[in-house]
Design a protein around this ligand. Structure first.
Ligand SMILES: [Zn+2]
Ligand SMILES: [Zn+2]
Ligand SMILES: [Zn+2]
Ligand SMILES: [Zn+2]
Ligand SMILES: [Zn+2]
Length: 268
C-alpha cells in the first residue's frame, strides 16, 4: 500500500480517538504514521456518549503517553470509568493542557477536578475552558474554588454556573430571543433545565402549564415552532427536528404518521 495522502496528516489531529485507532488497523503505513507522529495525540477526544464505556484509567494513560507530555487538550465525554486517579495522572504528566472537558465522567469527583486544576495552575498554564457538567455533587463552594483558581486568567470559562432559580450548580441557559416577553418584563427566563422549560427547536423559554403545543416526541415546543413544523396526518402533532426520523411514511401521500399513531393503526 502507498503512502497515505498528505491531507490525511492535516486531518489527523481532528479525528476522534477510536476512528484513529480503527484506521490504524486498516492501513499499515497509516499505523506507522500514527506511531511516529505525535501531532494526532496532542488533542485527545474520547466520546463515549453513544457506546459502551471502554476507556479505563489505564487505557487513558496509554493513549496520552503518546503525546510525550505535550498534550494540549483533553476531552472526555461520558467516560464513566475514568477516576480522579487517572485524570490526575494525565494532568501531572502533561503540564500544557489548556482545555479540559470532562462532562458526565461520573466517576470523577469535584475534589478530583479541583486537584487537577490546582496542578495545572502550579504549571502556570492558562486553562481556557473547563467543562464539568454532569459531575456529581458539585456545590457552590466547589465552584467558587474553581473560579478563584481560574481567576488569574480572565479568558477562561466554566460551563456550569449557579441557577438563579434553584441555587444549584448546573448548566444555566438564557433566552436567546431579545424579543421574549418574559425576559423584557420580568427578566426571569434565565435558569437551569429543571427550572425553565425551553423549546427544543429555538431554545426560547416556554411557560410551565403552557403545554398545548405538544410534540409527537413529547419534547417541548414553543407556539411558533409548533405551528411551523410538519404534523402527523392523524393526531396533528409535529416532531422536533431531532426526531424527524420517527416519521412513518404514508404510501401515496406527502405527509407522515407519528410512531404512536402508526402503532395504533397496526393494531387495527
Ligand atoms: Zn434551576
Ligand atoms: Zn421554538
Ligand atoms: Zn424567555
Ligand atoms: Zn400521530
Ligand atoms: Zn423531539
Amino acid at each position: 500500500m502507498g503512502q497515505p495522502h498528505e491531507s490525511l496528516y492535516l486531518v489527523l489531529p481532528y479525528l476522534p480517538l477510536f476512528e484513529l485507532l480503527a484506521m490504524a488497523q486498516v492501513c499499515r503505513s497509516f499505523k506507522e504514521t500514527l506511531h511516529d507522529d505525535i501531532l494526532p495525540w496532542l488533542n485527545i477526544v474520547v466520546d463515549e456518549n453513544h457506546r459502551k464505556s471502554r476507556v479505563t484509567d489505564e487505557i487513558l494513560m496509554k493513549i496520552t503517553s503518546k503525546s510525550m507530555g505535550r498534550l494540549t487538550s483533553l476531552v472526555l465525554i461520558n467516560c464513566v470509568k475514568i477516576t480522579d486517579y487517572g485524570l490526575q495522572n494525565v494532568i501531572a504528566n502533561n503540564p500544557g493542557i489548556n482545555k479540559l472537558h470532562v462532562p458526565h465522567c461520573t466517576a470523577l469527583t469535584p475534589e478530583g477536578i479541583i486537584k487537577a486544576v490546582t496542578t495545572l495552575n502550579q504549571h502556570n498554564v492558562t486553562l481556557r475552558t473547563l467543562k464539568i457538567n454532569g459531575i456529581i455533587n458539585i456545590t457552590k463552594e466547589h465552584l467558587q474554588t474553581l473560579h478563584s483558581l481560574l481567576q488569574s486568567n480572565n479568558c477562561s470559562s466554566i460551563d456550569v454556573g449557579i441557577c438563579p432559580k434553584c441555587d444549584e450548580v448546573r448548566m444555566v441557559y438564557d433566552c436567546p430571543l431579545e424579543t421574549c416577553e418574559r425576559k423584557r418584563t420580568t427578566g426571569s427566563c434565565k435558569g437551569c433545565k429543571f427550572c425553565v422549560l425551553r423549546c427544543e427547536e429555538c431554545r426560547k423559554c416556554v411557560e410551565f402549564g403552557d403545554e398545548d403545543n405538544e410534540a409527537a416526541c413529547e419534547d417541548t415546543l414553543c407556539e411558533d415552532c409548533w405551528i411551523r413544523l410538519p404534523k402527523c396526518s392523524f393526531c396533528n402533532k409535529p416532531y422536533c427536528n431531532k426526531h424527524t426520523n420517527k416519521q412513518c411514511v404514508v404510501p401515496g401521500s406527502s405527509g407522515f404518521v407519528c410512531d404512536v399513531c402508526h402503532s395504533k393503526i397496526d393494531e387495527i
